[in-house]
Ligand binder design. Sequence first.
Ligand code: PNS
Length: 163
Amino acid sequence: MAHEPIAVYPGSFDPIHMGHMAIIQRASLLFPRLVVAILDNTGKDTLFTPLERVDMMREIVADNEAVEVRRFTGLLVNLMRQIDATIIIRGMRAVSDFEYEFQMALMNRRLYPDVETVFLTAEEEYTYLSSRLVKEVAALGGDVSGLVPETVRVRLEHRLGRS
Ligand code: PNS
């Protein structure tokens, strides 16, 4: 039997929200090994440091044995080659995601022809959800419970000086 492909779900996850959680859950049913790869975009303005994002993600996926969390810098395809992964998982929320996602998928394939990007559709109830909106609502005092895992909500409040 051919060996099972390793799938990578890459992103900034600043912070992780329920839309991401649903994709992780569904991707881990499709692929026996799923690596959540958190971009260490030092220099980019993120609310949480790469280590904090990795930490949160590890806590959240702790009971899913199929999922491993890694931090990466540089090109995603370099990480993929390193760990012998060939599948990239991305969530697709709406048509507005399409162009950016399509460009990335084609560029990644050009850089690493063995790679295949698999798009999973977001859960209907989370199609409007993004990390940017979560941060904005939380920063302005809105309630994000139910939109992010509880540990993220608590850390958001703490980071924004509201607890
Ligand atoms: O969900 P996000 O935050 O938009 O994820 C973007 C991410 C991390 C998948 C993308 O920026 C990426 O892969 N960055 C690593 C650098 C890279 O490989 N760039 C070329 C991709 S076309």
